[in-house]
Design a protein around this ligand. Structure first.
Ligand SMILES: C[S@@+](CC[C@H](N)C(=O)[O-])C[C@H]1O[C@@H](n2cnc3c(N)ncnc32)[C@H](O)[C@@H]1O
Length: 467
């Protein structure tokens, strides 16, 4: 798992993921980062990788990225422990046990802080490089800038890069202990030691432990310990480092977030629609190949197609929608993401697609449901026609990936899977009024439940067979 982008040092991370997204994230870290020791607990995936940090921070299925400080067996207190009455263990003993589990190995904290600083430095250097590249590409802006101003700014940036590089050299490797981190002797020409790290603790404490300790109590315990043992300075408003403590019946995790914004915030999207992580997951199921033509017949602001296009540079994309406002926002998004040469948008109805039969390699679609994307069109009544059109435009071997509400999912199964009993009473009348259901050439491959925040959705994958 060596990576030409790094010095080869393996770092252990964890990411948070929405419910149902863990399997996508596991696949992604293995494929893109050659990750090892991959494991999961509810809503979290742990892995080790030597890939460059800018590649780790470009993961698409993750919500947030953390440097893992420690993952341990969950801490379980006796069943009747409570704040007032502790049957088998006194509150003081329980606190001592918790403190030793959290802060026991101080050098581990100091070492992790060194790695965290190094990764921050690498991310900052990368941002500077990307900023410069962007400026060079927007050359006209540069050339209109006064030459002296530009030179001064370049010199500033050089100094900043040099400072970061030297800080990283001073920080050394992961093995640094608490002592050598805070008492680095300045060598000739070296920079003075960093001032004490400012930090803040965020804790989420659930399960049986939360009957004994509140999250704030645990935060205070960790915060006090780090100040005393490592000389770090608590700063609740604007800390350099956030310390994350997550304790539950399933896990015991300590880590440092590596990016200020969640990874799920996409820098290339102007207006967001469907959750970016779910859109990416749908695109990843669509078996897109170089040269593929991918269609979203209800594209909204274009999220699924844009996520797909970011991953597949040699494919082309077509988004259709009936709503002018959505199409305008989709156009702005396509322009913002600089995808205009590979993505077309068109006003059309998904019930009458302006495409010839068998002309499309993949159809991806998130049908309207829920409060955010509700529509006046009766989706249940129109589902047979919508599916017939999707099936018609797909080539044999092409893939259909749909995101539906649980209710629409029952209807879909009834329409496409003869083995499934018919629709629930009340839905029958709707189906009978509608045109004949689509031919049964759509073969079911998999169905996955994912969280969309307040509600869940179901992703269905079908492949068109030759019948
Ligand atoms: C759930 S939203 C799609 C959201 C999209 N995935 C995004 O991220 O923005 C459904 C879209 O279907 C569009 N729509 C509703 N009825 C339609 C129809 N008959 N034909 C085409 N589009 C339609 C709506 O305008 C809406 O933009």
């Amino acid at each position: 798992m060596s990576d030409p982008d790094t010095g080869g040092s393996v770092v252990r991370y964890y990411c948070t993921a929405g419910n149902g997204m863990e399997r996508f994230l596991i696949g992604e870290v293995k494929e893109k980062l050659a990750a090892e020791d991959v494991c999961q607990t509810a809503g979290k995936v742990l892995f080790s990788s030597s890939a460059a940090i800018h590649r780790v921070s470009a993961l698409k299925a993750a919500e947030r990225l953390f440097l893992l400080l420690r993952s341990d067996a969950p801490l379980r207190l006796p069943p009747h422990s409570g704040p007032v009455c502790v049957v088998f263990m006194s509150v003081a003993n329980a606190a001592a046990l918790l403190r030793s589990r959290l802060l026991g190995d101080v050098s581990q904290w100091a070492g992790a802080a060194v790695t965290w600083r190094r990764l921050q430095g690498e991310l900052a250097t990368r941002r500077t490089e990307e900023g410069r590249r962007g400026e060079r590409e927007r050359g006209d802006e540069e050339s209109s800038e006064a030459p002296t101003l530009k030179r001064e700014r370049d010199e500033e940036e050089e100094k900043e890069s040099e400072r970061k590089r030297r800080c990283e050299e001073d920080d050394g490797g992961e093995e640094a202990s608490a002592e050598n981190m805070h008492h680095v002797k300045p060598s000739a020409g070296a920079l003075p030691p960093e001032p004490a790290l400012s930090f803040r603790v965020s804790c989420k404490c659930t399960g049986s432990l939360s009957r004994c300790f509140g999250s704030q109590e645990v935060s205070r315990l960790v915060g006090g310990g780090l100040s005393r043992l490592l000389g770090w300075r608590a700063d609740l408003k604007n800390p350099q480092l956030d310390v994350n403590v997550s304790l539950s019946n399933d896990h015991f995790l300590l880590g440092f977030p590596l990016t200020r914004l969640p990874l799920a915030n996409r820098s290339y999207m102007k207006t967001t629609g469907l959750r970016s992580t779910v859109a990416w997951a749908m695109a990843s199921l669509a078996q897109i190949q170089p040269g593929s033509c991918v269609v979203d017949p209800m594209c909204g602001v274009g999220t699924i197609l844009i996520e797909a296009a970011q991953e597949h540079e040699a494919a082309c994309f077509l988004g259709l929608d009936l709503d002018d406002g959505q199409l305008q926002r989709a156009n702005e998004n396509v322009e913002f993401a600089e995808l205009g040469d590979r993505m077309q948008l068109l006003k059309a109805s998904c019930m009458r697609l302006p495409l010839s039969s068998g002309s499309v390699d993949a159809v991806v679609c998130d049908l309207p449901f829920g409060r955010k994307f509700g529509t006046k069109t009766n989706m249940a009544a129109n589902l047979p026609l919508i599916l017939t059109e999707m099936e018609r435009v797909l080539r044999v071997g092409g893939t259909l990936v749909l995101l539906l509400s649980p209710q629409l999912s029952c209807l879909l199964k009834a329409l496409l899977n003869p083995a499934v009993p018919g629709p629930a009473p009340g839905q029958e009348a709707e189906l009978q009024r509608e045109p004949p259901p689509p031919r049964r050439s759509l073969e079911h491959r998999e169905t996955l439940r994912v969280s969309l925040g307040a509600i869940d959705g179901l992703i269905h994958k079908y492949v068109k067979t030759d019948i």
